[in-house]
Design a binder for this molecule. Structure first.
Ligand SMILES: Cc1cc2nc3c(=O)[nH]c(=O)nc-3n(C[C@H](O)[C@H](O)[C@H](O)COP(=O)(O)OP(=O)(O)OC[C@H]3O[C@@H](n4cnc5c(N)ncnc54)[C@H](O)[C@@H]3O)c2cc1C
Length: 385
């Protein structure tokens, strides 16, 4: 089916990105993979390509385009090539909406030009060792100093994507205790400078997949955060998370769909050239049926993604819509990638084949951004259950 949610501008951007990935990423990707991190300098290249500034307002040094679709194209192209860009997807896909919606004009002027230029890389820290799904249970605290000039931040976060490379991290912390009738009250967002005394980057976590992504533990010991770096209003952080998580979940759906599409392509190419019992694996009826069934699932996921992208651009994507898109596309991707790996035989299990890395990279899509069980809770609540 012809896709209708992308315009010629998006397709032109797609061609540019595809070439960029072929020349700047594919040749060095194995090195990133071994090092377990995307080199910091690469983010300047992405910035030069204009990727970080697309949605940044013109007055803050960006192109001022109000659409997530260019980022979606970038994610689709990365998946198509079997690569990922580490923390930069969080920088632009997750953190920018918070900054655009919540930062004051003065904060935007301070942060966004550097954001667009790749000079200030952002990450976001919600999850803690003791709490992930139940974010209202977070224990990191930020106490206002006596003179009211700064917050004193104490606590720990874990699983923070881009946590090693980040220059600023949007940290969710308790500025007030929860209320008896509202556990979500009392959380605030602080934009913390990672060079602040008392701010420590702990282990870079050794993960099953997403090897090039620097996922880190962070600890805060008496970190002084100027009040000027509070994002939005004090104690309203939980509602800000609720407003921004739909875009995060859609971006996971887009990535998962694109990985599934890539898996089908990898499996078709592989089975066409691999001979078994004297003929290509692709010639067996089982292979054709498997690939056809996978293609049908990918097409369905594509339709969901395209509709959700249109809804997001129209500011109509509800929390339940985004949860459905994430749930559906990530479950499709899990099934499709597994079946496509099977068609590779033993080579599918070897990391030098892109399908093996895809299999490992894809697994987390059902966990992060809120687990798929949490997605079901959101959808069920929306159904009145
Ligand atoms: C690679 C990676 C990158 C990440 N990046 C970031 C990041 O940049 N920033 C950030 O803040 N976080 C990040 N996370 C954290 C991620 O969002 C959490 O891991 C996720 O929300 C789940 O939280 P948890 O790990 O504490 O699991 P838990 O909350 O402990 O869940 C354990 C199990 O219990 C289930 N469960 C929980 N509640 C219920 C319920 N009410 N009913 C039924 N089942 C339930 C869950 O679905 C899951 O199966 C990342 C995680 C990973 C692995």
């Amino acid at each position: 089916m012809r896709r209708t949610s992308y315009t010629e501008d998006h397709e032109a951007f797609r061609r540019t990105v595809r070439k960029f990935i072929e020349t700047e990423v594919v040749p060095v990707y194995d090195k990133w993979y071994e090092a377990g991190i995307v080199p910091r300098e690469f983010y300047y290249k992405l910035a030069e390509l204009g990727v970080f500034g697309i949605e940044v307002p013109e007055e803050n040094g960006g192109a001022g385009i109000e659409s997530f679709k260019f980022q979606a194209v970038l994610m689709e192209e990365a998946a198509r090539a079997g690569v990922s860009f580490g923390g930069s997807s969080v920088h632009v896909g997750l953190c920018l909406p918070y900054l655009k919606k919540l930062a004051t004009d003065e904060q935007k002027q301070r942060w966004l030009p550097g954001f667009a230029a790749g000079e200030i890389m952002f990450a976001i820290a919600m999850t803690e060792p003791g709490t992930g799904s139940d974010l209202a249970g977070m224990r990191t605290t930020a106490k206002l100093s006596e003179g009211g000039t700064h917050y004193v931040l104490n606590g720990a976060k874990t699983f923070i994507t881009g946590g090693v490379n980040a220059d600023r991290v949007i940290v969710c912390a308790r500025t007030a205790p929860p209320r008896a009738d509202d556990r979500r009250f009392g959380i605030s967002l602080l934009v913390v400078d990672t060079k602040s005394p008392g701010y420590t980057v702990g282990r870079k976590l050794d993960k099953l997949g997403l090897k090039v992504s620097d996922t880190a533990e962070l600890t805060f010991t008496e970190v002084r955060v100027p009040v000027e770096d509070l994002l939005g209003e004090e104690n309203k952080g939980f509602s800000y998370l609720g407003q921004n998580l739909p875009q995060e979940r859609l971006s996971i759906a887009v990535g998962a769909y694109a990985q599934a599409a890539a898996a089908v392509r990898f499996a078709q190419e592989y089975t066409e050239q691999r001979n078994v019992f004297g003929k290509p694996v692709a010639s067996f009826q089982n292979t054709k049926f498997e690939l056809a069934a996978c293609k049908a699932e990918v097409d369905a996921a594509e339709a969901v993604v395209d509709r959700a992208l249109d809804a997001l651009d129209a500011d109509e994507l509800s929390a339940a819509d985004a949860a459905s898109a994430k749930l559906f596309c990530t479950e499709v991707a899990a099934r499709v990638i597994d079946r496509c790996l099977q068609l590779h035989g033993g080579y599918g299990y070897i990391n030098e084949y892109p399908i093996a890395r895809l299999y490992a990279d894809n697994r987390v899509n059902r966990i992060y951004g809120g687990t798929n069980e949490v997605m079901k809770m959101i959808i069920a609540k929306d159904m009145g259950l």
